[in-house]
Write a protein that binds this ligand. Structure first.
Ligand SMILES: Nc1ncnc2c1ncn2[C@@H]1O[C@H](COP(=O)(O)OP(=O)(O)OP(=O)(O)O)[C@@H](O)[C@H]1O
Length: 280
């Protein structure tokens, strides 16, 4: 028998709202992310996904509303502080130093986690004590054998794997991924999706993703945003058969459930990549 999922909510937003001048990009969003789920935020162009993600990951401040992580109000905390509490956004530490080796990249991330404020320039000898943890992380993301390769010379898919390793080094409880499959070729998409599935074991993942066929197979729960508001929520079967979702994506009016599922699944990458400017 499959283990039943916990109903514990690890991340919650209450009335989350972001206005840019008179324009409301995210409006009264009440999101609940269950512990252990892979949860996707999807929606058509301009739906507010990236703004919502930037609010949760502290790259933007909300105009109204609250963000609760493990029941603690983190609305006004900064990204490094919430990262120490376990809410970690991939790529937030500028994960890949291209001139350094794969192992050096991961070692720096492990060291940051263990000793965030001191010993930034330790000798190679003492740093080598961290190698065991590095090896574990590299194995987890399938990069064993690439330890001495220059990070900048890796393929795009392997760079994503390396970025994931440096993020996992920070021991996230809630891992936040912003379009982790963007720009990848078909083969890498499946490889990186497999890595996300593996990384999600014992963790919670919240991701913004455009690739709906991967979302369909990877995610336990999906929140569909449209015009800054939650339009539909549930598993893929539920949201893809919701006529409002079909309408929002395709503008095609009412369709039956099977047509909707096919239409949505056939329209991977419906939106263009995010283009939000970060707040200072
Ligand atoms: N800094 C900003 N200033 C003004 N408007 C903004 C800003 N950032 C986003 N917006 C607007 O907010 C709305 C939501 O944008 P957002 O990028 O969050 O949507 P999205 O769902 O991620 O879209 P996409 O899939 O196209 O990336 C859009 O209309 C966008 O133009």
């Amino acid at each position: 028998m499959l283990p039943t999922k916990s109903d514990e909510i690890v991340l919650k937003t209450v009335g989350l709202t972001k206005e840019f001048g008179t324009f409301c990009a995210v409006k009264d969003v009440n999101l609940q992310v269950r512990k252990g789920d892979i949860h996707a935020l999807i929606g058509p162009n301009g739906a507010g996904k990236t703004t919502c993600f930037h609010l949760i990951t502290k790259f933007l401040s909300p105009t109204h509303g609250k963000i609760l992580f493990k029941d603690q109000d983190i609305t006004h905390k900064r990204a490094p502080e919430v990262a120490r509490q376990g809410l970690v956004r991939s790529f937030q530490i500028s994960a890949v130093f291209p001139e350094m080796s794969v192992q050096e990249n991961v070692r720096i991330a492990v060291q940051r986690r263990r000793e965030p404020l001191k010993h930034s320039f330790r000798s190679d000898l003492s740093l080598s004590t961290l190698n065991e943890r590095c090896d574990e992380l590299l194995e987890e993301v399938g990069l064993t054998g690439f330890e001495n390769s220059k990070a900048g010379g890796l393929s795009y898919g392997r760079k994503r794997a390396l970025e994931l390793a440096t993020t996992l080094a920070l021991q996230p409880e809630l891992l936040l991924l912003d379009e982790p499959l963007a720009g990848l070729g078909q083969e890498d998409i499946h490889r990186v999706a497999g890595l996300i599935r593996k990384a999600a074991i014992g963790r919670t993942v919240l991701m913004v993703e455009h690739n709906l066929s991967v979302v369909a197979t990877l995610c336990d729960r999906i929140t569909v945003l449209a015009r800054g508001e939650i339009l539909s929520e549930g598993d893929y079967k539920h949201v893809s058969s919701d006529p409002r979702v079909v309408e929002a994506y395709i503008g095609g009016g009412k369709r039956n459930a099977s047509t909707c599922t096919e239409s949505v699944a056939a329209n991977d990458n419906l939106s263009t990549p995010a283009r939000i400017e970060q707040e200072a």
